[in-house]
Design a protein around this ligand. Structure first.
Ligand SMILES: Cc1ncc(C[n+]2csc(CCO)c2C)c(N)n1
Length: 193
């Protein structure tokens, strides 16, 4: 499929609540979030949201935060993509204003791992190192590991880092970017902030 020029950003993700009532945690997180600024579709495996970058990251964070507020141990795994829309569904959401819809500032510790894939960019390793260094400067870097980098801290700082990294790793010349994230929230393994 041809890569288009649409500035649309997408995020396909799944929530895995470690709880018997996982259905209500998933559905509750999706329903409590104001998703009016993104195109959203849920199926039996995952949910996809598409729209302006600012809204996609705002909605992704809000869904994670709503799930986290249940107090249950939540795993979230997903892929952000831009520059290769494939289809035009959701393009209508690109005319939304920049005003974000979800503003809950509740503190919540998140431990996560991410990987950047700057498509068709011969400088991809420099781009990845640059963003990992920014994570260190911003105090959200956790650890190095094979195939990903660990990012942790308050959910608002972690998502702010991810949104910046996603912007920084794209360019006019190299529009197509993929970023994977996996998060663990309320895990008994971490001590918290
Ligand atoms: C964000 C997100 N979207 C969809 C699923 C798939 N899924 C698994 S259980 C369930 C509820 C019952 O219909 C759904 C929709 C997921 N895990 N996380």
């Amino acid at each position: 499929m041809e890569c288009g020029l649409s500035p649309i950003v997408g995020f396909r993700f799944s929530l895995y609540p470690m709880a018997d009532d996982f259905v209500s945690v998933i559905k509750g997180a999706l329903e409590k979030t104001d998703t009016s600024n993104v195109w959203m579709h849920t199926d039996d495996v995952s949910t996809v949201i598409r729209g302006k970058q600012i809204h996609v990251f705002n909605v992704a964070k809000a869904i994670a935060l709503h799930a986290a507020k249940t107090g249950k141990h939540i795993a979230l795994s997903g892929t952000f993509s831009a520059g290769c829309p494939g289809d035009t569904a959701g393009d209508v959401y690109l005319n939304r204003s920049e005003e974000i819809a979800n503003t809950d500032a509740t503190t919540q510790y998140v431990s996560s791992q991410f990987a950047l894939y700057p498509m068709n960019n011969p400088e991809y390793m420099e781009i990845i190192y640059r963003e990992v260094n920014r994570a260190k400067e911003q105090g959200v870097f956790n650890e190095s590991m094979h195939y990903a980098s660990g990012i942790h801290g308050d959910i608002h700082e972690v998502f702010a880092f991810y949104e910046k990294a996603f912007s920084n790793a794209r360019s006019e010349e190299h529009k197509h970017l993929v970023m994977t994230v996996s998060m663990s929230i309320n895990s008994p393994t971490h001590g918290g902030l």
